[in-house]
Design a protein around this ligand. Structure first.
Ligand code: CP
Length: 296
């Protein structure tokens, strides 16, 4: 695999391998050495978890890392992103971890750049966030047995969520028993290739093993998509009360950043069922696995 762009490009075996490599990195400290490959983090959208975990992942693998700041780069003099990447590649950067608001821009750059560099998708618009779904599934595999028997609910703004779309793909590839997608009608996708869609939080959470909350992405809402957040909270917030619908040993996940008091209550986010910080921790190891997979 030269570029890591979306879950769709991976086979079931490749995904399982990434998860197993991520888990093995978590349980050891002797990491392989890739010091002859340098990484550039190109983040055109804000990030805490993804950017820092890619930086840490690269450093664990002994790779030099550049955090490219486009705000003070020559892109402000008119340079195009493809020329920026070609320029950095000529300097010896091998891997470009890119987050951009434009969907599939990374696919077009990857097609143009070919084998001269490796591109890793760290989130493109509302389209995909494939490394998030690897770390999400790594967390589920760590906490729960047999995926084919699991019931998973994902709750929130499915329409604008790249986390949800990559998660749906990984569930389909790995054959997760049941995927229930819960959202108000205005935030539901028109159709889904896997799982079921419901506007009822009760119906969606009833008896599930895993509950995943999604951030209300106020920055992606356009005219017609706006939501009364008090109303949203009343019907869809993950609270101690709504978590009662799920199994008593259900785990609670959220990709972060969380909006406390909107889509999730602090008692739940910080409570005993929450594995949110385990997701964050696993992000480093999952991204080490992804970096290794494109270099091997
Ligand atoms: N989950 C996630 O992508 O978080 P960041 O935006 O902080 O990277």
């Amino acid at each position: 695999m030269n570029h890591f762009l979306e879950i769709e490009q991976l086979s079931k075996q490749e995904i399982e391998h990434l998860i197993q490599v991520g888990l093995s990195f978590k349980n050891r400290t002797d990491y392989p050495n890739y010091n002859h490959y340098a990484v550039a983090n190109l983040f055109y959208e804000n990030s805490t978890r993804t950017r820092v975990s890619f930086e840490l992942a690269a450093k664990h693998l002994n790779m030099p890392v550049i955090n490219f700041n486009h705000e003070n780069s020559s892109e402000h003099k008119g340079e195009e992103i493809f020329d920026t990447i070609s320029t950095l590649s000529a300097m010896g950067i091998s891997v470009f971890v890119m987050r951009h608001q434009q969907e599939k821009l990374i696919h077009r750059i990857a097609a143009e750049i070919g084998e001269k560099a490796h591109l890793v998708n760290a989130g493109d618009g509302a389209y995909a966030h494939p490394t998030q779904s690897i770390l999400d599934m790594m967390t589920i595999v760590e906490k729960k047995s047999n995926l084919a028997d699991l019931k998973v609910a994902i709750v929130g703004d499915l329409l604008h969520s790249r986390v949800a779309s990559s998660f749906r793909e990984i569930c389909q590839k790995l054959g997760v028993g049941e995927l229930r997608m819960v959202a108000p009608v205005a935030w539901q996708p028109k159709q889904t290739a896997y799982g079921t869609i419901t506007p009822s939080l009760k119906e969606g959470l009833e008896g599930v093993d895993v509950v995943i909350g999604l951030r209300v992405q106020r920055e992606r809402l356009s005219k017609g998509d706006e939501m009364d957040l008090t109303e949203y909270r009343r019907s869809y917030a993950l609270t101690q009360e709504s978590m009662q619908y799920a199994k008593s040993d259900a785990i609670l996940m959220h990709p972060g950043p969380i909006n406390r008091g909107i889509e999730i209550d602090s008692e739940v986010a910080d409570g005993p069922q929450s594995v949110i910080l385990t997701q964050v921790q696993n992000g480093v190891f999952a991204r080490m696995a992804v970096l290794q997979s494109i270099l091997e």
